[in-house]
Write a protein that binds this ligand. Structure first.
Ligand SMILES: Nc1nc2c(ncn2[C@@H]2O[C@H](COP(=O)(O)OP(=O)(O)OP(=O)(O)O)[C@@H](O)[C@H]2O)c(=O)[nH]1
Ligand SMILES: [Mg+2]
Ligand SMILES: [Zn+2]
Length: 376
């Protein structure tokens, strides 16, 4: 065989391998954004295909998630259709929200309206730190505070071990730095309700509503009745997942892990060891963690919560997780028996996955599980 023909053969194989990223899942359909590198460059091909999943994938029980990198076959550019033939191994996997291959979490808080609550911020930060994703912290509504107040927050957060971005979506301030942070990555937006996540996405992607409107009717049907995860493409490259706001994420980690999710404590732990391997840093003899940092009280409160949670789980042993954590108005936690065990049975199996618990409210989690079941 001449060099020439073997070269032709190779290029043909490469061309037929169309790769893409799943940006939305609805019932048995997957909206896939085609990878620019593998897509033929005739100029007329669409950027998105509506795909089904090959029977072989169904047989082996291969789930397809938003964020998955997939191989597409049976590409029909005319009808904008295709079939997912393979799901590539995931770099990361979050269960709540269900997103594969996300690289970072963008935590958005408002400086005012709603006013910044350090305790709530700590809960979000610890939840984000407990995933393997990197974290970008961003404070919105800079227009509502003075420069002195901004400096105070900056100093305070620096003591916590963070270097946040300050932005104002309304005044278009600080957005260039943020864009740099988001380029070419899959980012999950998280933060309490009303801080400006959706406003930010609309500013970063002016076409966002139109883009969604272009999606085929089949995929669009459930959009307004079912809240589902969808990735939006940034003009500069990169994908964003908007998630509904929530107020109190639950912390799912072991008591021993918790200190590592506070940068101020982690840096102390990196300098040496406590006398006891299972030290919880509550004044044990020869503990290396000092108590003179601002968030030490947050650490102690969360530690108690994590211990209570672990105790409750242990009590249940291998039984189903029939209890749910309830946070009272006072911030105190208690466990209540849960009657609908089915939902929790599924959830407890998922606990091995990373999760940003609470990013999805229970209703939409159920919706998603319903959809996932339809897919099987
Ligand atoms: N002053 C000021 N208001 C803003 C800014 N950005 C957003 N807002 C306002 O904040 C309110 C909430 O914004 P959304 O974008 O809906 O907030 P969200 O985070 O998506 O809220 P959820 O969807 O409930 O989680 C809206 O009234 C926005 O106009 C800003 O930079 N400054
Ligand atoms: Mg929103
Ligand atoms: Zn210690």
């Amino acid at each position: 065989m001449s060099n020439h023909s073997s070269c032709d053969l190779t290029s043909e194989v490469i061309v037929s391998k169309i790769l893409g990223t799943v940006v939305a899942v609805q019932a048995n359909f997957y909206q896939v954004r085609l990878d620019k590198e593998t897509k033929p460059q005739h100029g007329s091909e669409p950027s998105y295909l509506l795909c089904t999943r090959r029977t072989r994938l169904k047989k082996i029980g291969q789930q397809v998630m938003v964020g998955d990198l997939v191989l597409i076959e049976e590409v029909d550019y005319q009808d904008r259709r295709g079939a997912i033939a393979k799901v590539f191994p995931r770099q990361t996997e979050l269960s709540r929200p269900p997103v594969a291959n996300a690289e970072q979490i963008l935590l958005v808080f408002a400086l005012e309206n709603p006013s910044l609550d350090p305790w709530q911020l700590s809960r979000f930060l610890v939840t984000a730190e407990s995933t393997s994703l990197s974290l970008c912290l961003c404070f919105n509504k800079l227009d509502l505070i003075t420069e002195i107040q901004r400096k105070q927050w900056e100093q305070r957060l620096e003591n916590w071990g963070y270097n946040p971005l300050f932005i104002s979506v309304i005044n278009n301030q600080g957005l260039d730095n943020l864009k740099t942070c988001l380029t070419d990555k899959i980012t999950i937006f998280a933060g309490p309700s009303g801080v400006g996540k959706s406003s930010l996405i609309n500013t970063l992607i002016p076409q966002v509503e139109q883009r969604v409107g272009q999606v085929s009717g089949k995929l669009n049907k459930g959009r307004h009745t079912t809240r589902h995860v969808e990735l939006f493409e940034l003009p500069e490259g990169g994908l964003l997942a908007d998630t509904p706001g929530f107020n109190q994420p639950n912390i799912e980690c072991t008591p021993q892990e918790l200190a590592f999710y506070f940068p101020e404590a982690k840096s102390q732990l990196n300098r040496g060891n406590c006398q006891f391997n299972d030290c919880l840093h509550r004044g044990e003899p020869n503990c290396i963690i000092q108590n003179d940092w601002e968030r030490y009280k947050h650490y102690l409160s969360l530690l108690e919560e994590v211990i209570n949670r672990q105790d409750a789980l242990q009590k249940m042993g291998d039984e189903e997780t029939n209890f749910k954590l309830k946070i009272k108005e006072s911030g105190q936690e208690c466990y209540e028996p849960k009657l609908e065990t089915k939902r929790y049975r599924r959830r407890s199996r998922r606990e091995k996955h990373q999760s940003l618990q609470g990013l999805y409210d229970h209703q939409s989690l159920e919706d998603f599980e319903q959809q996932s079941e339809n897919l099987l």
